[in-house]
Write a protein that binds this ligand. Structure first.
Ligand SMILES: Nc1ncnc2c1ncn2[C@@H]1O[C@H](COP(=O)(O)OP(=O)(O)OP(=O)(O)O)[C@@H](O)[C@H]1O
Length: 401
């Protein structure tokens, strides 16, 4: 007798009242997408839990994939049997025997959801516990802090036995909170911001500003590789690559040096907002955190943000660099981010950018430029790549507009 299913416990969504069905269905679809490579699995879902029936598929790789699906609180390998004492005893014993149990402690925690079942929970604990003790060697009982917690749940449709909980990624299923555009540079911060945004249930589309020939194909490839890492959490992600050279040059030539960074950021935000409108997103996500560099003082953010009313979400706003790096390592984007390829912003960065820019000054300088047609051109010439982890990572270069 082997584990035949994986029991999935939902995260925060269990508190979401009548929206729960939408959440559960989305989670089911996200999991099904993630497990496309395992055609024999079947997913059964209900309001309070989900089961993946393995039907002979191997559980280890499936467990690895489930760890990156947002909306899962925890999951466990499970076995199902009839609501019959003898069957429950045998199933619980088989579940323990599949673990390296020797020298370990255990307890049985039964829960009788089906009140028609003739044994109370404490009776089941004793019966099953005694059976396991009799049939194994070198395994002892510890009810306070057991190594193995044999959980038995007697429900109307059958009894489920699990022994070991694995933590899920938490958060909300991607797509349940709507869509946002992630401004993605090649740095450490914005991929982490994208990860955290997806953790709150946002679907993201990435926007990258690219200034050839000042930035190279390798810099572009770096961003594609970063998006690919994020697809482990977000499934299919669109990456919009905006040709930004002409806009940057116009700003560089027309705006005093110390203000050019602010105007560049404003232009980026305007373009991202236009793409957001086309793609029907409702927010923009950036990797900004407060006070790190000149463009991230509150004064700068105020002047940059002034170009739009769209919510600009900054998941890293209160984080220290070390905390951000920690997450970047955990999601495996760090080593790509630290590759030394140039970013469009660093190339044009003035030596002494204003840290407290005045809005009136910025507007006055920008009024001397005719940026609108250049912004329009950049938007129209934006190239979109669809990156899909589960579809063999085939990149399709598609002109969506
Ligand atoms: N070339 C770019 N394309 C898209 N977005 C960008 C680009 N450069 C900067 N951004 C956005 O602006 C934010 C602030 O950029 P900045 O370079 O000031 O900070 P950072 O801390 O170095 O961020 P990161 O590590 O994400 O590059 C980035 O997190 C990102 O969201």
């Amino acid at each position: 007798m082997k584990y035949d299913r994986i029991l999935i416990r939902y995260g925060e969504m269990t508190t979401k009242g009548k929206n729960r069905n939408i959440f559960v269905r989305r989670l089911k679809n996200n999991i099904a997408r993630k497990l496309q490579a395992f055609p024999r699995i079947k997913i059964e879902y209900m309001r309070d839990r989900m089961y993946i029936l393995l039907n002979g598929e191997p559980h280890e790789p499936i467990i690895d994939k489930l760890k990156t699906v947002f909306g899962i609180h925890s999951f466990s390998l499970a076995m199902k049997c009839e609501n019959d004492l003898a069957a429950i005893k045998e199933t619980a014993l088989a579940a323990v025997r599949q673990l390296p149990y020797k020298g370990k402690t255990f307890k049985v925690s039964a829960r009788r959801v089906d009140k028609q079942f003739p044994y109370r929970s404490d009776e089941l604990n004793h019966e099953v516990g005694a059976h396991i003790l009799r049939q194994t060697e070198d395994l002892t009982v510890n009810v306070r802090q057991p190594d193995i917690d044999v959980r038995i749940e007697v429900r109307q449709d059958g009894t489920y036995v699990t022994c070991h909980d694995i933590f899920g990624a938490g958060g909300l299923p991607v797509g349940t909170s709507g869509k946002a555009m992630l401004m993605l540079s090649g740095g450490i911060d914005s991929p982490v911001a994208g990860y955290l945004a997806m953790k709150r249930g946002l679907e993201i589309e990435a926007v990258h500003f690219f200034s050839p020939p000042f930035t190279s194909e390798r810099a572009k490839q770096k961003v594609i590789d970063l998006v690919r890492k994020l697809t482990a959490y977000g499934g299919k992600i669109k990456l919009h690559i905006v040709p930004f050279t002409e806009v940057q040059q116009a700003i560089y030539q027309g705006v005093p040096n110390e203000y050019s960074l602010i105007s560049t950021r404003r232009a980026m935000l305007k373009i991202t907002d236009a793409l957001r409108r086309r793609q029907r997103g409702l927010a923009i996500v950036t990797g900004e955190s407060l006070g790190q560099v000149a463009s991230q003082t509150l004064e700068s953010m105020y002047v940059i943000n002034e170009v739009t009313n769209t919510p600009v979400l900054r998941p890293l706003i209160s984080m220290d660099k070390m905390e951000i790096i920690e997450i970047a390592k955990q999601i495996d984007t760090h080593d790509i981010s630290i590759l030394p390829y140039e970013d469009c912003c660093t190339i044009f960065t003035p030596r002494a950018p204003k840290t407290k820019p005045k809005k009136e000054k910025v507007l006055q300088h920008e009024s001397q430029l005719d940026l609108a047609p250049l912004l329009e051109k950049a938007i129209n010439e934006t190239e979109t790549i669809v990156i899909d982890e589960e579809a063999g990572q085939a990149d399709e270069f598609t002109a969506l507009f």
